[in-house]
Design a protein around this ligand. Sequence first.
Ligand SMILES: NC(=O)c1ccc[n+]([C@@H]2O[C@H](COP(=O)([O-])OP(=O)(O)OC[C@H]3O[C@@H](n4cnc5c(N)ncnc54)[C@H](O)[C@@H]3O)[C@@H](O)[C@H]2O)c1
Length: 332
Amino acid sequence: MKEINVAVTGGAGQIAYSLLPRLVSGETFGVDTKVNLRLIEIPQVVDKLEGTIMELIDCGFEQTGSLLATADIKEGVKDAHWVLLVGSIPRGIVVDGKKIEERSDLLKINGGIFTDQGEAIGKLAQEDAKILVVGNPANTNALIGRTKSENPAQSWFAMTALDANRAKAQLAEKAGAEISSVTNMTVWGNHSPTMYPDPYNAQIDGVSAVEVINDLDWVENEYLPLVQQRGKAVIDARGASSAASAANAAIDTVKAVDNKTEEGDWFSAAVPSDGSYGIPEDLIFGFPLTSNGQGKIDIVQGIELNDFAQAKIKITTDELLSEKEAVKDLLD
Ligand SMILES: NC(=O)c1ccc[n+]([C@@H]2O[C@H](COP(=O)([O-])OP(=O)(O)OC[C@H]3O[C@@H](n4cnc5c(N)ncnc54)[C@H](O)[C@@H]3O)[C@@H](O)[C@H]2O)c1
């Protein structure tokens, strides 16, 4: 069996609880790969990880390798092939006597976490390590982490796959089509309510979803808010944020990066912009991507963006630029 090292922050959180068994079961990295898992938590809760490790042992998967719990990011990411940065501080938490409600405060607090993590990953993880940021604000956390890693050989991603899966599900339901018939979904921009889940270039059985659905008013005025506000709708209904679907999307992203993309299709994740589609360079931006299955990820070129799409993409680009401005002290 091959062996890989996978590090996960936020190991005691609710997404991790759904995610971890699927990382060591053969489902994500293949049945012929043993996964050495390093779970990273803040010191206050690191002891809880012992319980998680007991459960992972009790699952009895033959692909489960060594299991480690640590509050030391350096120990956690050393020699890691994949790093899943799930842990972050949620809105509403009290820090130094102040309740954190503003996005700008959230950006700074989480940004502080991602500077240390980025530095450790750049120095200690594998030279070709892949890093997926799930913890919010995911794109800007990834920008900070990647900048601080000072290691351009490693590949950073921020997760937009949950948005893409939500968007596919809404289109399939409206069209009365099987979910598997919806392909070519791009979530352009930020993982936030400004994202643009592109219905024009998404396809249902090879035809533009907008054409198949044939209801422009629904597409432009109902579908977009449905997808953009889906996270809030889940919180309102469940009393807690999306966890099983977020874990599933993280696994979808790892598999999409590690395996060759099906001919003609693409997948959605945020990566450092190379200037494609006029997006400022290095901004961590949701794009349509393909993988050759050997570590090479390309931004799909030549996708047509109509005026509606361009207006939406400008809004999400401006938001990412303002987030970058809010954390500029952390990017020096
Ligand atoms: N990108 C997406 O699509 C998406 C979707 C859903 C949730 N999220 C985000 O994922 C994150 C995790 O969600 P959750 O529901 O599991 O939250 P949670 O609060 O249940 O768990 C987060 C865990 O992270 C830990 N943590 C905090 N700082 C850490 C650090 N410096 N190092 C290691 N661990 C640390 C906390 O102790 C906690 O156990 C949140 O930021 C959430 O907003 C992103």
